[in-house]
Ligand binder design. Structure first.
Ligand code: ADP
Ligand code: ZN
Length: 734
């Protein structure tokens, strides 16, 4: 066979033209020319011109077909000195893009969220002792010389600190040539965890659970385990064994947590077990730290990351295990730009990378529970609390029989128990998932209700701040003295309770107690961490909090948990309302009695017979799950069927509605898939945009993605202010 000139040109072109995925909503990578002498490979992170800008992109897979003339293309500007994205990572990003029906460039952008981390970290200036000695010796100088005589290089501040002198002393010595300047690699963001630092002695069912898990780790292939155990049963200790085994095997570990910014206690626990903290990854990291972590994850210097859902998109050098703690938590779902569920995508990443994934929860999602029952996941149970800690005794307070006093929200039964707990020197937690003072404010004279000008929602009064606020868009104004409608002074009434109002009621009843309100709008993350630590040390008697107190904190003296409104989450039309309420209430009541003290959880409810209340009080979660699973199966809801939402929004209501209708008409006819709507969304207006929803329902085996693509392709173009969002496996129906 001979090679003719076109083949030869084809081959040359192949080498000189590469597809580059740019962070744009384009359906596929763009072609770029590789300049003479530049070496790139699939996965290389590069800088390319895009219109008037330079953007960061990734050289993607797939050869050019050789038909493009490289001289007509823009050239790659630069290749960053940074490990290329691995083949597994590229396959993962492609998979997520296709599953969520999102342009791949937008998904890849999530892996590149550290703007200047792509170049190596600069070396750090350091000092090393020379042969020269100072002309005049002082005791401070002697200390410095003694400290630095270990032969190592020191940073200026490190040496000053170690020798107990001011940095002026060091500068003086350096000026006399006693030190020379050298450059060292930058220090790691975290020390290396030691798998054998402080291994616990596992007990009873923990041993068996850990052995099961280790089997999964040692197989070194893809599997999903579901650790299902009551709060305080030792789930964390058990999965730490899998972390240790993976570290020993030389692989990296990712631990996903729903709200990492708040879990200082988790980081400390990890340190107690492994002698070093994991690297953190979440949206509150300082930019410099963020860049260091990103960089050191790609080079393998960082061995363990504990992070929020976005950590799933970090380009690990050699990932070998993912733990998804609190796997049922709705915070794993991102509903912005790329709509994905980090729990589900973690499983995909494990499958592509051929390593085990461990899901952990005291109240697993119905989806995971079903996967466990049918054998897709390996179920691991931890039925009892560790040591002498007992689960709290749980009861309902029937609010019809024990109503609160006028203007109050706490029944005498609950107040009585609060008094007893603090009387014993213990702590009480009152939980209400509502920020602010009151969810609705109205004028007693004319009935005017304060509504957000840009959203279909009521303004929430925040009395501590003297504001009324929209919880959807953040709009706020000073709480007016007069009604803007009828002008009457001092006739505004607060309707319903928020945490601030409960605090007021508590202070009326227990004026001498130390009461604290914990709510995300009242303090930043740092302050919140400090408050949580103070509470754990016993520096508060009564804690009133929203759902951020539900997660992972360990309050040793907390022996009473009161749920102010257990019915709150049941009212909306969400198919997961019962499941969510069950999970949240179990989690909150699980805060009580972590240290062997007798404890109590009370649920204030107007529907004590509701299956959720019954399941929690009886402790029979199996019956609850059986019921939920049966209901889902009957209605072919996930995991027995598939759902996708299409949200159409526009500045004008008629545009949104018209576009949604047209999309519906463009839906292909496919057996087993049907489209419901369009209907005005329950949140019909957000930030001045009108919203309509379509719900696509399919059988379990239906090809939802192709259906959605066909619908969008067959529908009208998005013009003007119209925008269409696709949400595969929706969690929110608002
Ligand atoms: P979960 O994650 O299921 O809520 P944890 O792992 O947090 O449970 O365990 C609850 C408490 O019991 C923690 O303080 C933990 O350190 C302690 N604990 C659990 N198992 C052991 C063990 N085998 N040895 C010592 N302490 C343990
Ligand atoms: Zn608003």
């Amino acid at each position: 066979m001979t090679l003719d000139s076109t083949d030869l040109f084809g081959a040359l072109f192949d080498r000189r033209v590469v597809p580059v995925l740019v962070p744009m909503p384009a359906p596929r990578p763009y072609s770029y020319a590789v300049p003479e002498g530049m070496a790139v490979e699939a996965g290389s992170i590069v800088q390319v011109p895009l219109g008037p800008r330079l953007v960061v992109g990734v050289v993607w897979d797939g050869l050019d077909d050789g038909t493009v003339d490289p001289t007509k293309l823009k050239e790659i500007e630069k290749v960053f000195d940074c490990p290329p994205l691995t083949r597994d990572m590229r396959a993962f990003l492609d998979w997520v893009a296709s599953y969520t029906v999102t342009p791949p460039g937008l998904v890849a952008r999530m892996a590149l969220r550290a703007p200047t981390a792509f170049d190596p970290e600069p070396m750090v200036e350091a000092l090393r002792l020379t042969e020269r000695r100072p002309e005049r010796m002082t005791s401070a100088r002697e200390r410095v010389l003694a400290t630095a005589s270990d032969g190592f290089s020191w940073t200026r501040s490190g040496l000053a600190h170690a020798a107990g002198v001011s940095s002026g002393v060091i500068d003086g010595l350096a000026a006399q040539g006693v030190f020379e300047t050298v450059f060292m690699p930058p220090p790691p963001v975290v020390a290396t965890p030691d798998p054998d630092f402080a291994a616990p002695r596992l007990e009873g069912p923990q041993k068996e659970a850990a052995a099961d898990l280790l089997t999964a780790v040692e197989e070194r292939k893809f599997s999903v385990s579901l650790i299902d155990g009551v709060t305080g049963s030792g789930k964390t200790e058990v999965y730490f064994e899998a972390v240790a085994a993976t570290l020993r095997a030389g692989k990296q570990v990712l631990i996903l947590l729903p709200e990492i910014a708040l879990t200082a206690s988790f980081l400390e626990r990890f340190q107690d077990r492994f002698g070093a903290k994991p690297a953190e990854w979440h949206s509150d990291l300082a930019p410099r730290t963020r860049e260091k972590v990103w960089r050191q994850v790609t080079t393998g210097q960082v061995r363990v990351v504990a992070g929020a859902r976005s950590a799933l998109f970090l380009p690990f050098e050699d990932l070998g295990l993912i733990i998804v703690d609190e796997e049922h938590d709705p915070a794993y779902k991102q509903e912005d730009r790329v709509f994905y569920n980090a729990r589900d995508m973690a499983v995909v990443r494990g499958r592509i990378g051929g390593f085990p994934v461990v899901l952990v929860s005291a109240t697993p999602s119905v989806e995971s529970r079903v996967n466990g029952e049918v054998g897709r996941y390996r179920p691991i149970h931890l039925p009892t609390r560790f040591g002498d800690a007992a689960l709290p005794q749980l009861g309902v307070v029937d609010m019809r029989r024990h109503p609160p006093e006028r203007g109050g929200f706490l029944s005498p039964v609950l107040l009585n128990q609060v008094g007893k707990a603090i009387g014993r020197g213990e702590q009480a937690l009152l939980f209400l998932n509502r920020r602010g003072y009151a969810p609705l404010t109205l004028c007693r004279v004319c009935g005017h209700r304060f509504q957000c000008p840009d959203c279909s929602s009521w303004l929430v009064e925040h009395r501590f701040r003297g504001q009324i606020q929209c919880h959807h868009c953040g709009y706020s104004e000073r709480t007016p003295e007069a009604c803007p409608e009828c002008g009457t002074l001092d006739h505004l009434v607060a309707c319903g309770p928020g945490v601030e109002r409960i605090a007021e009621e508590v202070e009326r009843h227990f004026p001498d107690a130390r009461t604290i309100v914990l709510s995300s709008d009242l303090m930043g993350v740092k302050r919140l961490r400090l408050e949580l630590e103070a509470i754990a040390r016993g520096e508060a008697d009564i804690v009133i909090g929203t759902q951020l107190v539900a997660k992972g904190h360990n309050f040793p003296m907390m022996t009473l948990v009161g749920i102010v409104d257990a019915d709150l989450g049941l009212a909306n039309g969400d198919p997961r309302a019962a499941e969510r309420t069950f999970q949240l209430l179990s989690q909150v009541t699980g805060r009580a009695g972590r240290t062997g003290l007798k404890s109590l959880g009370l649920l204030q409810t107007y529907q004590p017979q509701h299956p959720v209340m019954q399941a929690i009080v009886s402790g029979d979660s199996d019956a609850f799950y059986d019921r939920e699973i049966h209901e889902r199966e009957r209605a072919a809801l996930p995991p027995f069927g598939r759902l996708a939402s299409i949200i159409v929004s526009a500045d004008a209501r008629s545009d949104a509605e018209g576009h949604a209708r047209a999309l519906r008409n463009a839906a292909p006819r496919v057996d087993g898939i049907s489209v419901l709507g369009p209907a005005e969304a329950p949140l019909a207006l957000i930030r001045g945009r009108h919203r309509f929803r379509l719900l696509v329902h399919g059988r379990r085996n239906s090809d939802m993605q192709s259906f959605l693509k066909a619908m969008i392709a067959g529908g009208p173009k998005e013009r003007g202010s119209i925008s269409v969002q696709l949400d595969v496996d929706p969690q929110s129906f608002l």
